[in-house]
Design a protein around this ligand. Structure first.
Ligand code: NOJ
Length: 550
């Protein structure tokens, strides 16, 4: 059986754009939609064919736009709805898809629904949010805000204090708390319909789908996520019927649930399970999501939550543990491979960039892995040139420690790294100007740069159907190196990833019938076939190779 999904997703290579920081087309110091349009040629050259834009809607920006004041209006700082429609059209001409961010779990307190809901007199929006029935009522273990409205009650939040949770009801309402509505309460059903209409609005304008923020957070007191999953299945059924080409991508971080809930993809993230962390974590750091994990938004996968090893697999010292990663990954992969895809991102706007403690060669190895694994790969803007975490910045728009990985894209060595013509002090965030800061122009001109390697890899991924999201995956060795095969009906590829900076050699038994290897990408790994054995070795490490098996 294969995954039921729009054809385009099978060979999609996504690129995440944090709109404020990508390209400023009008010199006001902040990125915008016309700026993204201006860079479509660049993105096409890089070889990505799908974009995910972080929320670009009207918002007070207390959480980088994840606090929405109007779901159907582009934020003025980014442009207009017409600009976004133009972006959809220009992308379409290049065969590129654009997914938006659907923040279904909460709005901003500035949203008109919330303003109405906060009024003392009852109205059509009173139950759109979760309110206790008196300011003195206990919060029943939920994060609540008191004293912020004329309405007598406290409201539940999903993240920051200005992000009130929309009311999708409670899976198990406490009979003593009448304010906890059941999931089929008319107000909760109305909220679902509102979300469907928001999706329709953007899909009609040309969006290709949605990355769904905090997807498991919808229904409260839903320990096994049964009711939340039912809502997403309802959303997916609507899409399958009305927009069969549209995709739903979850920020759930637990594929065994999310893919059964109707999502086409789910991210392997630093929250939920430690699998992502054990691949890329560079330095011991506090998990950004500790707080959320504790409040139970993200599922933890039983026995796999103890990180056994303090080093990540892609740590150049080679002290990590690939087996530990694959223990979780293979379990999730086997359980979900007929339902949807697991996406491994290079990073995102909530994470530390992967470039810490890694040079271009180390990063090329990470990309070789991400772009040859099953599922749908995501490149975070700037990771293709190894952009760095800019440490010590004052938090911007609720970014806090995340601010370091949200700085402006570095296009060239000119003013503001080519991001904006504004004065440096007017920029959304300062540009990384420290010595050695990478930029696109320099890397494009250097044949062995990270940018050129990433470009080569995206091309390989898109030309070889054995590297499609759903093509077969077999792990042969989980060590230094990591060895696996990817195959389709037409071809079988062997992939070797060696992130440790040291000389190495290993031997594997070739799959039956294979007698020859033909390199797909140039590599300095030596690969010798002797009978049914393959001897692999490298002199300096941090290498990867892709071969066709014949
Ligand atoms: C997850 C988003 O990725 C993050 O940036 C945001 O702060 C929270 N959800 C709240 O919406």
């Amino acid at each position: 059986m294969s995954v039921k999904c729009p054809k385009w997703l099978e060979n999609a290579v996504f690129y995440e754009i944090y709109p404020s920081s990508f390209f400023d087309s009008n010199g006001d110091g902040i990125g915008d939609i016309q700026g993204i349009i201006a860079k479509l040629d660049y993105l096409e050259q890089l070889g990505v064919n799908a974009l995910w834009l972080n929320p670009c809607f009207a918002s007070p920006f207390a959480d980088g736009g994840y606090d929405i004041a109007d779901y159907c209006q582009v934020a003025t700082r980014y442009g207009t709805n017409d600009d976004l429609a133009e972006l959809f059209r220009s992308a379409e001409k290049r065969g590129m898809k654009i997914c938006l961010d659907l923040v279904a779990g909460h709005t901003s307190i500035a949203h008109k629904w919330f303003k109405e809901s906060a009024k003392a007199e009852r109205n059509a929006y009173s139950d759109y949010y979760i309110w206790t029935d008196s300011w003195l009522s206990p919060s029943c273990g939920m994060s609540m805000i008191n004293g912020a409205a004329e309405r007598d009650g406290s409201f539940a939040i999903n993240f920051f204090s200005t992000q009130p949770a929309l009311n999708y009801g409670f899976a198990n309402p406490d009979p003593k708390c009448k304010w906890q509505l059941p999931v089929d309460h008319p107000a909760c059903r109305k909220v679902r319909e509102e979300m469907k209409n928001i999706m329709r609005f953007w899909l009609n304008l040309g969006a290709a789908g949605f990355r769904c923020d905090m997807a498991p957070s919808l229904v409260k007191k839903d320990p096994d996520r049964k009711e939340t999953m039912a809502i997403w299945r309802e959303f997916r059924a609507m899409l399958d019927e009305e927009y069969p080409e549209a995709v739903l991508i979850a920020e759930w971080a637990y594929a065994p649930q999310s893919l059964k809930a109707g999502f086409h993809c789910d991210f392997l993230l630093h929250c939920g399970t430690p699998a992502y962390t054990t691949l890329f974590r560079n330095e011991p750091e506090r998990d950004l999501w500790d707080g959320l994990d504790k409040s139970g938004f993200y599922e933890k996968d039983g026995n796999d939550y103890t990180v056994s090893n303090k080093h990540s697999y892609f740590d150049p010292a080679g002290l990590g543990d690939a087996e530990f990663f694959f223990k979780t990954y293979l379990d999730h992969y086997e359980r979900t491979k007929n339902d949807g895809f697991i996406s491994i991102p290079t990073g995102n706007h909530d994470m530390t960039r992967i470039s810490d403690l890694r040079d271009e060669r180390d990063l090329a190895c990470v990309f070789a892995f991400i772009l040859t694994m099953p599922g749908v790969p995501f490149i975070y803007y700037g990771d293709e040139i190894g952009m760095r975490n800019v440490k010590g910045l004052v938090s911007r728009e609720g970014g806090y420690s995340r601010t370091q990985s949200r700085t402006p894209m570095q296009w060239n060595s000119g003013k503001n790294a080519g991001f904006s013509t504004a004065g440096a002090e007017e920029l959304y965030l300062p540009v990384d100007t420290a010595c050695g800061a990478p930029d696109v122009a320099e890397q494009q001109s250097r044949p062995d740069s990270l940018w050129n390697t990433v470009r080569q890899l995206t091309g390989i991924r898109r030309r070889h159907d054995a590297l499609n999201a759903g093509s077969d995956f077999k792990l042969l060795l989980a060590d230094y190196p990591m060895i696996y095969t990817r195959s389709s009906e037409n071809e079988k590829l062997l992939i070797v990833i060696q992130p440790a900076r040291r000389a190495w050699q290993t031997e594997i038994v070739l799959p039956k019938g294979i007698t020859k290897l033909a390199p797909v990408i140039s590599t300095d790994i030596s690969a010798e076939v002797a009978g049914n054995k393959l001897k692999l070795s490298g002199t300096a490490g941090t290498q990867s190779g892709i071969w066709q098996m014949i």
